[in-house]
Design a protein around this ligand. Structure first.
Ligand code: C2O
Ligand code: CU
Length: 462
């Protein structure tokens, strides 16, 4: 029997506000055209709107409604990446909702419990759909932050695999899927080779950076101003956290950071946001003066505190997840046999390169669901100890929860909240969270070719 005091120590399951009724945002997924190559024809991208990136803004604690209308040639869904929402709104076909067939619609509705920089994308044939550009940014605002910044800018990184005439090349290659992923040959930010943005001279800038690419890992730097990371995957760093410089931050697919910096007073100054992954820094964006000037209050802007419940690592149960190159485990094969299914229920033969805990779940669809990687008890704290036993990096994403990245065996980490954690080869990382959201929640690599070729599973919370 639990005493009242002990019962109180178990945090209640995440609760969601009752729906009111703002008009739903119309998101029609269809082919649209975007000019990506200056000397070629427009590219037939897939989008929810004609502008790329599409940036939606809503408020923390308010009902958000969006209607997906599928005018594509294949089924789709929308996954609201990083939002802690009810599982029925999570957008995983077959698992959390039926796929939305061409000509059909689906109404999404949830109340974001956290402010921050999020995004949304399909969870079907993702290599093609995201490869063609089907994604958008979802900015959840906190009214308490209204006066912190003179400018609030969005920078969405995405590369495109294009033929010289502007049409798409192959989104997936066996060589890429078995290694670091297939890279686009046209690198862009906000669909430009170099994103150009403006902000008032002397003012504080919030630069929201989203990696919407399927494969590329960018290493960030800011030149021309001192920048600090103030939020990771949308979540504010704690006010007592050590400062996190921008330089060297590795932003894998699906990861976001919010960067704060003060624009120089000199109206002719250029602040350059860079990718320093290669030998020479590559500019991603230029931020210049908009011709006005702003007074910046002293001291770094402090975002409103996070609403993510803190798990106590001391009382958390540990579960290991090993990322390996791999094939389907003998246990899973036996289970498939028992269920009267063949191996091809899990993957297209020859397309399984990766596994989590020896279990590979691959495939362009989710028509078939293997057993969960782990069963978690609702309301209990967990530490996931994730080990990367492969020679490649993997950004691992857990749906429906925001975790704290506690430590790594490879580097000193400033503990921070995230929904996606990037692991270097041989790195072991610990993440901690409260399993407060009931349902089956995907956990997978966000290098989409890795996800599609086996590095995908789910945990069950109930
Ligand atoms: Cu953004 Cu299951 O992913
Ligand atoms: Cu991976």
């Amino acid at each position: 029997m639990l005493t009242a005091a002990a019962a109180l120590m178990v945090p209640p399951p995440l609760r969601f506000a009752e729906a009111t009724s703002p008009a739903p945002i119309d998101l029609t997924a269809r082919q649209r055209s975007l000019s990506l190559l200056p000397d070629a024809g427009a590219t037939p991208i897939w989008g929810y709107a004609d502008q790329w990136p599409l940036v939606l803004r809503t408020r923390r604690g308010e009902v958000f409604r969006a209607a997906l209308h599928n005018e594509l040639t294949e089924h789709s869904t929308i996954h609201w990446h990083g939002i802690r929402l009810p599982v029925a709104m999570d957008g995983v076909p077959y698992m959390t909702q039926p796929p939305v067939e061409p000509g059909q619609s689906f109404a999404y509705e949830f109340t974001p419990p956290d402010a921050g920089t999020f995004f949304f994308h399909p969870h079907c044939d993702t290599v093609t759909q995201l490869g063609r550009g089907l994604a958008g940014a979802l900015i959840v605002e906190d009214p308490a932050e209204r006066d912190l910044f003179a400018a609030d800018l969005v920078c969405a990184i995405k590369d495109w695999q294009l033929n010289p005439d502007g049409s798409f090349g192959a989104f997936m290659t066996m060589k890429g899927a078995a290694r670091a992923g297939t890279f686009g040959n046209i690198e862009t930010a906000n669909a430009q080779p170099l994103a150009e943005m403006q902000a008032p001279s002397g003012g504080w800038v919030r630069l929201r950076v989203l990696n919407l690419d399927s494969s590329r890992i960018a290493v960030l730097n800011l030149a021309g101003a001192e920048g600090r990371i103030i939020a990771t995957d949308g979540n504010p760093l704690a006010s007592n956290s050590a400062p996190v410089p921008v330089k060297g931050w590795r932003l894998g697919p699906a990861m976001r950071v919010d960067i704060a910096f003060r624009m120089p007073d000199d109206p002719s100054a250029i602040v350059e946001f860079q990718n320093i992954f290669g030998t020479a820094p590559k500019p991603i964006a230029h931020i210049t003066s908009d011709g006005t000037s702003a007074k910046a209050p002293d001291g770094w802007p402090q975002l409103a505190a996070s609403h993510v419940p803190e798990a106590d690592p001391e009382s958390a149960q540990r579960i290991s997840f090993d990322l390996t190159a791999g094939h389907t485990s003998p246990e899973l094969e036996a289970w498939l046999k028992e269920s009267g299914l063949g191996l091809d229920a899990l993957c297209l033969p020859g397309q399984t390169f990766w596994a989590i805990n020896g279990q590979a779940w691959a495939g362009q669809s989710h028509q078939f669901t293997p057993p969960p990687l782990a069963d978690l008890k609702l309301g209990k704290p967990y530490i996931f100890e994730i080990f990367n036993g492969t020679p490649h990096q993997h950004p691992i994403h857990l749906h429906g929860h925001t975790f704290r990245v506690l430590r790594s065996n490879e580097k000193n980490i400033v503990p921070h909240l995230a929904d996606t954690v990037l692991l270097a080869p041989k790195e072991r990382v610990e993440i901690c969270f409260i399993a407060d959201n009931p349902g089956d929640w995907m956990m997978h690599c966000h290098i989409i070719e890795h996800q599609e070729t086996g590095m995908m599973g789910y945990v069950r919370i109930g």
